[in-house]
Design a protein around this ligand. Structure first.
Ligand SMILES: *[C@@H]1O[C@H](CO)[C@@H](O)[C@H](O)[C@H]1NC(C)=O
Length: 428
């Protein structure tokens, strides 16, 4: 992390950070947003944010950055660069950055209970979250785990890492059994993170425990799948969009009714280490077999794919944070990519030239799950988490894709491309 030039604006931020530390101790929470004026790159802003975080480690600093390109007043900033023996001046669009800092006095929450589903495709958030809370926050973490344990499959195969970070893992084949509550009877946690309950009936006993323990947060991990955006509305979905009344939604509602300091997190497409399910297998299967990649409609539909550790970091930012109480957060990253661009970066990782073929999905009978994403654009906005929790994602799919191909992708023994052939015969 380097800041290439320290401008008066940078110094202003650091001075503010220090004075903000002092007032945060008194006021518990303080937010300062500083305009940095012209900056060259997001990395520079992030470097500043890192300095702010380091300025008083006892405070739980959360810093987020934003960088907007000012397109209409295009070029104002000239940059001199040597070019073939002569100096030529490059005109660089002026970018406008801001660093937003949120300080809160060190959280008193020092223990957390994670209620974790079986895993399969959906265990990676719990894994990363337990690790972050235990290792980075020094919290006492227990995972109440729905079994059975599948020790050879991710993320369970990596649980030795959790044990060595002193995370306790308790397995119950059925978390609805009364033994679970007997077991918890003499225990107490400062926060609950629930990625298991699928109905009001399932969540109620844990919500009641949370009341008894007077937890600082009940974080419930549901899913962006509950949104029902109007057809044809292709903007980013925000938390106030309409939702269907699924079991998960009813569980969210019960937490609200019970007046718990709840926060709901609605993740979307996830990738990352220790993941059991792969959203990109569809693309790699075709690219590694020299086949065209079929993409529904125009291929310009946008999507977000989020690293599981970023999802976990957002949830961790809510633990011990009063600003998270009573709020719903989309749990994703801020980077968007189109389906076609996704094929391109996958092809680069494989080392082949992709051939993309578009088709109209309405012309065929396509089984659910054939293509990993929806036919229409479906992506969420994470502005609220950036604003309220100071969340800033650390991972970028484009930089992780090679890792993903090498370390996560597993080909299957036999692949069936008959539907591909049927579509290709009609479209090509
Ligand atoms: C837990 O998290 C996953 C994402 O890994 C999500 O899709 C799932 O629906 C979650 N919630 C519950 C209650 O199982």
């Amino acid at each position: 992390m380097t800041i290439r030039r320290v401008s008066p604006d940078h110094l202003k931020i650091l001075v503010l950070a220090v004075s903000c530390s002092a007032s945060a101790v008194l006021a518990k929470r303080t937010r300062v947003t500083v305009d940095v004026g012209a900056v060259d790159a997001k990395s520079e802003l992030q470097a500043l944010a890192t300095l702010v975080l380091a300025s008083n480690p006892a405070l739980r600093w959360q810093a987020s950055t934003s960088l907007a390109e000012r397109t209409n007043q295009a070029v104002r900033h000239a940059h001199i660069e040597p070019h073939r023996g002569e100096y030529r001046s490059l005109l660089i669009p002026v970018r406008h950055g801001s660093v937003s800092m949120l300080a809160s006095a060190a959280s008193k929450v020092d223990s957390a209970l994670i209620i974790q589903n079986k895993g399969g495709g959906h265990g990676e958030i719990g894994f990363h979250l337990a690790l972050q809370l235990a290792k980075e926050r020094g919290m006492k973490v227990m995972i109440l785990h729905e079994g059975p344990e599948k020790a050879s499959k991710p993320p369970h195969s990596a649980y030795a890492e959790l044990l060595s970070a002193n995370v306790d893992i308790l397995w119950f084949d059925d978390l609805t059994r009364p033994e679970v509550l007997w077991f918890l009877d003499d225990k107490k946690f400062g926060a609950i993170i629930d990625n298991w309950s699928k109905s009001p009936d399932q969540i109620r006993p844990f919500a009641e425990l949370a009341k008894k323990w007077e937890v600082a947060n009940y974080a419930y991990v549901s899913s962006a799948g509950m949104y029902t955006p109007p057809a044809g509305d292709y903007g980013a979905i925000s938390e106030d969009a309409s939702v269907k009344s699924s079991g998960q939604r009813q569980a969210e509602e019960l937490l609200e009714e019970m007046k718990l300091p709840y926060s709901c997190f609605r993740p979307q497409y996830i990738y990352g280490p220790k993941q059991g399910k792969s959203y990109l297998k569809y693309f790699f299967d075709r690219l590694t077999n020299g086949r065209p990649v079929l993409v529904p409609n125009g291929g310009d539909q946008q999507v977000t794919m989020t690293h599981a550790a970023d999802n976990a970091a957002m949830i961790a930012a809510a633990v011990g944070n009063e600003a998270a109480a009573g709020e719903v957060f989309n749990c994703a990253t801020s980077t968007l990519i189109t389906y076609d661009d996704l094929v391109d970066i996958c092809a680069k990782a494989v080392g082949v030239e992709p051939k993309i073929v578009h088709y109209n999905p309405k012309d065929f009978e396509i089984p659910k799950g054939f293509f990993p994403f929806r036919d229409a654009p479906f992506f969420v906005s994470v502005d609220k988490a950036a604003d309220k929790l100071g969340f800033a994602p650390k991972h970028l799919l484009a930089s992780d894709i090679e890792w993903y191909f090498t370390n996560n992708y597993q080909s299957s023994e036999s692949l069936d491309f008959s539907l591909d052939d049927e579509i290709l015969a009609k479209v090509a």
